[in-house]
Write a new protein. Structure first.
Length: 230
C-alpha cells in the first residue's frame, strides 16, 4: 500500500496548494491537507490533523509534514492521540520541497521510513562530495568498487525544470546513496533546478554507497525516457 502524506500548515490555502502541487508529481499518493483552524482562521487545529490521520486505511501508513513551530507541536500532539501512532512518522523537512520529494518517493513505492528520509533529504544543504570517482561511463552506469558514475544527455524539450528535478530528488532520497548531479546534491530539488540544464545538456552523475549503482541507473532511466515528457 502506498504511504500517504499529511500536510499541516497555519494556512488552509498553503496546505491545499502544497498538496495540489505534490499531487501533480504523485497522482497515486493520498495527500491530506490539514491547514488553518476549524473556523477558517490562521493557525493550526489538532482536530483537523486527527481527522486526516483518521481517514487513513486500517493498515495505512503516513508521513506528516508541518510548516512552522506550533504546527510541528500540533502534529506531535496528533501523533500521541493517533489510534496507531507506530504507523505515522513526522518529518523534519521544508514543507513544499519536502512534500514534493516525499510524494515522489511514495509514488515510487518507497516505505514509510524511506518516504520520511526523502522529505528530510530535501532540506539538506547541497554540496559536492569530496571523494573522487575512479571511472566515468557514457550511458549505463559503471564503476569499480563502491563508486559509480554515468553521463546522460537531456532529451526532453524543457530540460531540468521542477518536475524532472522532483522525480530525480525524490527517488534518490529514498536510496542508500550519496549522489551528486553536475556537482550539486541529487536529493535536493532546488539544487537541481539551479543547474539550469536545457535540452542537450549532459548530466554527470556520481554516487557513493550501497545503492550507488541503482542511483545512477535510476537517474539514467529517467533522463533517457525524457521524464515522460515530449
Amino acid at each position: 500500500m502506498t504511504v500517504s502524506l499529511v500536510v499541516v500548515s497555519h494556512s488552509d490555502k498553503i496546505a491545499d496548494g502544497a498538496a495540489e502541487l505534490a499531487a501533480q508529481m504523485a497522482p497515486d499518493v493520498l495527500i491530506l491537507p490539514a491547514g488553518g483552524t476549524t473556523d477558517g482562521r490562521i493557525g493550526t487545529s489538532l482536530e483537523k490533523v486527527l481527522a486526516a490521520l483518521g481517514s487513513l486505511a486500517e493498515d495505512g501508513e503516513a508521513v506528516v509534514l508541518a510548516d512552522l513551530g506550533s504546527a510541528v507541536m500540533t502534529a506531535e500532539s496528533a501523533l500521541e492521540f493517533a489510534d496507531r501512532p507506530a504507523s505515522v512518522l513526522l518529518a523534519d523537512a521544508p514543507l513544499v520541497e519536502g512534500l514534493v520529494a516525499a510524494a515522489v518517493a511514495a509514488q515510487g513505492g518507497a516505505g514509510m521510513l524511506a518516504v520520511k528520509h526523502a522529505a528530510e533529504a530535501a532540506g539538506r544543504p547541497s554540496h559536492p562530495h569530496d571523494l573522487r570517482v575512479q571511472s566515468v561511463a557514457a550511458g549505463p552506469a559503471s564503476g569499480l568498487g563502491p563508486d559509480f558514475t554515468g553521463d546522460f544527455e537531456l532529451i526532453n524539450q524543457a530540460g531540468m525544470h521542477a518536475r524532472p528535478a522532483a522525480k530525480i530528488a525524490g527517488g534518490l532520497a529514498a536510496l542508500d546513496a550519496e549522489v551528486t548531479v553536475n556537482g550539486v546534491d541529487g536529493a535536493s530539488i532546488m539544487a537541481l533546478m539551479t543547474l539550469s540544464a536545457g535540452q542537450g545538456s549532459v548530466l554527470h552523475v556520481e554516487a557513493w554507497g550501497q545503492d550507488a549503482e541503482r542511483a545512477v541507473n535510476y537517474v539514467g532511466g529517467l533522463v533517457q525516457a525524457g521524464f515522460g515528457e515530449p
